[in-house]
Design a binder for this molecule. Structure first.
Ligand code: WTA
Length: 690
């Protein structure tokens, strides 16, 4: 079977030469020389796949980049549009030297993504199909909703929102854990044309406040508490703290819809602000289960999602409706080889982009059955994921490398105890997956039969950009393989020149794709500067990437001041500003350092205020400062006392040196002669384990 597949790659479709980086793969010669590195799709899988061979991919890919308008409008036509888009399917300017950056897809098309997720699937006979299987933190707590039931719930919330004065274009902040109410509220906002901004429920009051101040929501939707593993986290207290602080800063939120998450906390124990707070269970069920759709333009905003960048202030990434809808639906279908019978589980939280595009919109647009899990993956023990896979007969399992590595460390017995026979496709996202974790995922979890889609993408891209298509490609463990339809990745050097063939450099994208973000909320200039000015003519991802001689892409991590900790994106400057807000901290410099499980850990160099001695307590209170200002997930793994920091004569911190010290690569410090005071480095090394 394997041989047959390799053989079939030798026949080239004519004209394929126009896409040079793909030739090597298609030709198969160089592949053969590396065959020990390849994991080939099984014959059975390839036969049934949407894209069953490299040739098929190439045909579709060629069309997608040569005729994007035709390619995407054919797909868009499968969805419901109240009114079809205008003459021009898309328009774009990605070149700052030619004017403002501007991306539009399906402009003047009138649609609604909630309608396309729910009503459309119900109308086509899927009303009784399960839309969501919800699994609680505790084993015996679960529930499910069919498409019809989901629509009813969504309509009730939509009616409540309307009744509370939320109109088209208004913002709603959602601060909820992974209850069904989270996707329900997102869809309810979409139904009435409101813009949702989900804030991950692990963020602190301070971070929530920042977001409230930036997007000024009409209403906040939350719950009183959540149980994560054995811990109970009081979310309502966090919301209260953020909202009372926002009033002092002139932003008052009129209404706070609070879901009583009974298994974590009783109503009676919840602090309450009369006049502002309303219990979900007391009001929402009273509303009608039908709600007319607010039809919106394809370019009307769908959501804002704040993400970390190189500077302190989080960026409100704005996605619009039409292009995002078509893109998430299509990427979901192809990258997971989705079929109607699939049961799909993505372990991401809806507080991150993955939960937007691939828990909520992408799957529901395809009429899929989605598992939503409230708890942590190793509670009550490390077998929980596979227990859930068996319980719901999950066929597609999508997760992050950090989880794979932590479960790998816990031993195979937790996996092999469960059948996992239902699984057919695995997925990975959030950071590069190291080949050993890839192999364990493939061999142990997937019993060497399930292809792995290692999907590279970002909050900004809306959906997958570089990803295997299961069944189409021989896989190389650790490589995200090839671009998705319509995506033209380029690797550029320092000067911004495209480099061809086997190379490594900065990953950029040429031309727009429907799922691209359109702006940073309220700051189009920052959007242009951050993403389009570095290499004029391209979207700059912030990631490094290399391409091997077969054309496969290998992501090498961020090249800016962003780190990926357990797949969570954190700006080093955010952590630094949290640290320096501690009264005894004079200065801080944060770098990422390799971490066995988390991928990257947070390593902080801290200079104390003159005269303050180092102590364990101070270390703890610095870490606590970060937990309180950002959230527990951003807590530094290491505080390294620094009498002073290595700086150039102009006062710039030399992070390159700090990274080497953090990694203990002391023989690779490089040239330190440009430092204002080179002896700082020896001081730091001496204090490495203090
Ligand atoms: C990283 C998450 C390697 C990358 C969807 C990117 C990855 C950042 C992969 C975006 C992958 C995501 N391989 N790196 N498959 N997927 N990344 O915005 O550094 O939370 O720039 O979006 O995660 O993180 P974000």
């Amino acid at each position: 079977d394997h041989l047959r597949h390799v053989d079939s790659m030798a026949t080239l479709p004519s004209g394929a030469g126009k896409i040079p980086e793909l030739n090597a793969v298609i030709l198969g010669e160089s592949l053969a020389s590396e065959e020990h590195d390849l994991v080939l799709p099984t014959h059975d899988f390839a036969q049934q796949a949407h894209v069953s061979s490299p040739q098929k991919y190439l045909e579709m890919y060629k069309r997608s980049v040569e005729d994007p308008a035709g390619f995407w409008s054919d797909i868009a036509s499968e969805f419901y549009w109240k009114k079809k888009w205008g003459q021009q399917v898309y328009s774009e300017n990605l070149d700052v030297t030619k004017g403002n950056i501007n991306i539009e897809w399906f402009k003047d098309g009138i649609t609604n993504i909630c309608y396309n997720c729910l009503d459309r699937n119900i109308d086509s006979g899927n009303g009784d199909k399960i839309a969501i299987h919800w699994e609680g933190n505790e084993r015996d707590v679960d529930g499910s909703l069919t498409y019809t039931q989901l629509l009813e719930r969504v309509c009730q919330v939509a009616n409540f929102l309307k009744d509370s004065g939320v109109k088209k274009g208004d913002t709603v902040i959602i601060y909820l854990p992974m209850l069904m109410e989270l996707p329900i509220t997102m869809l309810a906002c979409a139904r009435i044309g409101a813009v949702h901004s989900v804030v991950f429920a692990g963020y602190s009051a301070e971070s929530l406040l920042q977001r409230v101040m930036d997007c000024k929501p009409k209403i906040v939707v939350t719950c009183n508490a959540v149980r994560r593993g054995n811990k109970v986290i009081n979310l309502k207290d966090i919301v209260d703290a953020a909202l009372s602080e926002s009033i002092k800063n002139g932003i008052s939120v009129d209404s706070c819809l609070t879901y009583e998450n009974e298994s974590a906390m009783k109503k009676e124990d919840t602090k309450w602000k009369k006049g502002r707070d309303v219990w979900w269970q007391e009001v929402v069920p009273n509303y009608s289960t039908t709600c007319a759709v607010e039809w919106v333009d394809a370019e009307d905003p769908l959501f804002l999602l704040y993400t970390s960048g190189s500077t302190g202030k989080p960026k409100g990434v704005l996605h619009t409706t039409g292009g995002y809808m078509i893109y998430t639906a299509t990427t979901f279908k192809y990258a997971f080889d989705y079929k109607e019978f699939d049961i799909y589980w993505c372990t991401a939280d809806c507080g991150w982009i993955t939960g937007h595009s691939y828990v909520t919109y992408g799957p529901l647009l395809n009429g899929a059955t989605v598992v939503v899990y409230e708890g942590v993956p190793n509670y009550p023990d490390s077998g929980r994921c596979w227990e859930i896979v068996d319980k719901y007969k999950v066929t597609i399992f999508y997760t992050a490398p950090t989880l794979v590595r932590s479960l790998m460390r816990d031993g195979n017995e937790y996996v092999t105890r469960y059948s996992r026979k239902s699984l057919r496709v695995l997925g990975s996202v959030g950071e590069p997956i190291n080949p050993s974790a890839w192999r364990w995922f493939y061999n142990v979890v997937g019993d060497s039969r399930c292809p792995i889609s290692d999907t590279w993408w970002q909050t900004e891209t809306g959906g997958f950009m570089i990803t295997p298509l299961p069944g189409a490609w021989p896989q190389k463990p650790g490589s995200a393989t090839f671009p998705f339809f319509g995506v033209q990745p380029v690797i550029v050097d320092e000067k911004g020149s495209e480099i061809e063939g086997e190379c490594s450099g900065y990953l950029c994208v040429k031309s727009s794709w429907p799922g691209a973000f359109r702006t940073l909320y309220g700051d189009h200039e920052r959007y242009e500067t951050t993403y389009f000015r570095a290499f004029p003519g391209y979207y700059f991802s912030g990631d490094g990437c290399s391409r091997d001689k077969d054309g496969y892409h290998w992501l090498t991590g961020r090249v800016d001041d962003v780190i990926n900790v357990s797949g969570h994106r954190i700006g080093t400057t955010e952590v630094e500003s949290a640290l320096v807000s501690h009264p005894q901290c004079a200065e801080a410099a944060v770098v990422g350092v390799e971490h066995e499980v988390k991928g990257q850990g947070i390593y902080a160099f801290v200079t104390l205020v003159e005269g303050v001695p180092y102590s364990q307590e101070l270390r703890k209170s610095l870490v606590l400062m970060v937990r309180n200002q950002i959230g527990a997930f951003a807590a530094p793994d290491k505080i390294h006392w620094a009498p002073s920091l290595p700086k150039t004569r102009s006062g710039k911190i030399m992070r390159r040196i700090l990274r080497k010290i953090a990694a203990r690569q002391l023989d690779e410090l490089g040239d330190t002669s440009t430092l204002a005071d080179p002896s700082v480095v020896d001081q730091l090394i001496a204090l490495a384990d203090a």
